[in-house]
Write a protein that binds this ligand. Structure first.
Ligand code: ADE
Length: 226
């Protein structure tokens, strides 16, 4: 899978793409991520990419031309299954959306900024707008990183333990059961007996019960949506 990210701050992605599971996914060839500096597509001698809003008002607006040039350039090289824009007023990003996007071969993510992006970018190019939560970030870069991470880890083969990504919280609309490792007794805080029993059936039943009770307690909305 290939993800092209259009951003004003490509440097923000270095640490995230160079660490942990994302690094592994890229090193193993499961994922390619390319960042594109929108300023490189500005024809302005000061590499300007924003301007004042028509009709007045606070804040700057990202201009259509540099973004359009960058998108057209990429579209000229391959077909894209989705051209996504990050926006606080977009469709909610969740595990279902991550699963869906992970099936694609090529996606583009445009990181929104400033007061907004010239509406014509949305009209002409964007296939979906996605929000990572009901709060406003200073830019779409962190949202693009969140999406890239959530997508990458479920690409088959990325996480070596095949079952691990599938048993994540949210994969079946349930939160995960608690996990423990050695020691079995830490200053009197003991690991639940059943996990030491060696009885696989009892362990799975216990885990499922824990998933249900945690979800009921913490995220009842997940059960209502069933
Ligand atoms: N840009 C600013 N806030 C955002 C959010 N919550 N999700 C996606 N993009 C954003």
């Amino acid at each position: 899978m290939r993800i092209d990210i259009l951003t004003l701050f490509p440097g923000m992605f270095d640490g995230v793409l160079g660490s942990s599971i994302l690094k592994r996914a890229i090193d193993k060839g499961f994922l390619e991520v390319f960042t594109h500096d929108i300023r490189d597509y500005s024809n302005d001698r000061h590499r300007r990419v924003d301007d004042y809003p028509f009709g007045g008002g606070a804040g700057m607006v990202m201009m259509v031309e540099p973004i359009a040039r960058c998108i057209e350039h990429l579209k000229g090289q391959r077909n894209y299954d989705a051209i996504i824009m990050t926006a606080p007023d977009g469709e909610a990003f969740n595990q279902h959306k991550a699963n869906q996007l992970s099936m694609f071969n090529n996606i583009m993510i445009l990181c929104g900024h400033y007061k907004g992006i010239d509406e014509r970018v949305r009209e002409m190019f964007i296939t979906e707008e996605v929000s990572i939560g009901d709060y406003v970030l200073s830019g779409g870069e962190l949202a693009a990183m969140v999406m890239t991470d959530a997508i990458a880890r479920i690409i088959p083969g990325v996480i070596s333990d095949g079952a691990s990504a599938l048993s994540d919280s949210f994969q079946d609309n349930l939160l995960s059961a608690p996990v423990y490792t050695r020691p079995s007794d830490y200053n009197g805080h003991k690991v639940p007996e059943v996990l030491l029993s060696g009885n696989d059936r009892l362990i799975s039943e216990w885990r499922y019960e824990q998933q249900l009770s945690r979800t009921r307690e913490r995220r009842p909305d997940l059960l209502e949506n069933e």
